[in-house]
Design a protein. Structure first.
Ligand SMILES: C[S@@+](CC[C@H](N)C(=O)[O-])C[C@H]1O[C@@H](n2cnc3c(N)ncnc32)[C@H](O)[C@@H]1O
Length: 271
């Protein structure tokens, strides 16, 4: 779940984050808002995630995205997100769910749903939750793991080529640690195009929760996350309602304006 070799440093939501960068082997086991967000053991999660990301990057270049993500899921839990030894990812899902507006959603979509752990959290907030992931192996794992919740379903799909029938069919869209896995190069124009397209999945009044890694802000991964969030903030199909910094991620909450706001047509070349 993390694209980083290291975890680090103290973090204060009120000021600029003093975060880690690749190669910085310091590890801070910290408190945020009075609760422990990670334990010393969590370094294992970050190391495992870095290994997974490296092997996906190698394999996608030769075998394509589908094969690369499927191979990652062969071992069952490529980012150690379900591993009970680590608290960081579990806490992160809980925090993300807690940032949702206090309303009941009719139909939620978790795009890039992986093992379905976030989708499972969403089941407490929505009548129906659909998880979509490019990896068939991930979808199979998630379907088996969450079969006790009938309102939860998973299907294979590439977020870059979703069927038009899904447009306007969700009132909650969650994108957690997924967009930076889109095929490189992720230019601003590509990100804006993606933001425009994904906004169309929402019904008017629908909510989008966007979460991505964020360390110092100056490191390459944080800069990519910032560009992703800026593309969504730019999208005329979405309005930012809140932004949250947590160790070590950034969350932007957005809303699709109501029908009277007009169609979503802005050019990706525009500002
Ligand atoms: C780091 S995992 C995050 C999983 C989940 N969102 C979570 O927070 O537990 C990234 C997921 O994105 C999926 N993914 C990558 N590219 C995708 C695409 N183009 N369309 C759909 N899913 C994709 C991967 O298969 C993987 O399950």
């Amino acid at each position: 779940m993390c694209r980083f070799v290291t975890v680090a440093a103290s973090h204060d939501a009120a000021g600029p984050a003093e975060g880690p960068s690749r190669g910085d082997m310091s590890v801070a086991i910290g408190r945020f808002g009075g609760f422990l967000f990670m334990s010393p053991r969590d370094i294992g999660l970050f190391l495992r995630s870095a290994r997974t990301d490296a092997s996906i990057a190698r394999m996608r270049a030769t075998d394509g995205d589908l094969a690369a993500f499927d191979a990652a899921y062969e071992g069952g839990d490529p980012w150690a997100s379900a591993d009970p030894r680590y608290v960081y990812q579990r806490r992160k899902y809980d925090v993300l769910a807690s940032l949702l507006p206090p309303r009941r959603f009719a139909r939620a979509l978790d795009l890039g749903s992986g093992l379905g752990l976030m989708a499972r959290r969403l089941a407490a907030h929505a009548d129906e939750v659909v998880g979509i992931d490019i990896s068939e192996a991930a979808v199979a794992h998630a379907t088996t793991a969450h079969r006790d919740l009938p309102q939860l379903s998973f299907m294979q799909g590439d977020m870059m080529a979703l069927p038009a029938v899904l447009e306007g069919s969700f009132d909650l869209l969650v994108l957690a640690d997924t967009l930076y896995y889109l095929p490189p190069p992720l230019t601003d124009a590509t990100l804006k195009e993606v933001a425009l397209r994904l906004a169309r999945l929402l019904r008017p009044g629908g909510v989008c929760l966007l979460a991505n890694h964020y360390f110092s802000g100056a490191d390459a991964d944080s800069r990519l996350s910032r560009r992703i969030h800026q593309a969504f903030a730019w999208s005329p199909g979405l309005q930012v309602t809140a932004e949250h910094r947590r160790p070590f991620y950034l969350v932007t909450m957005l809303e699709r304006p109501g029908d009277d706001a007009g169609p979503i047509t802005r050019s990706v070349l525009g500002t």
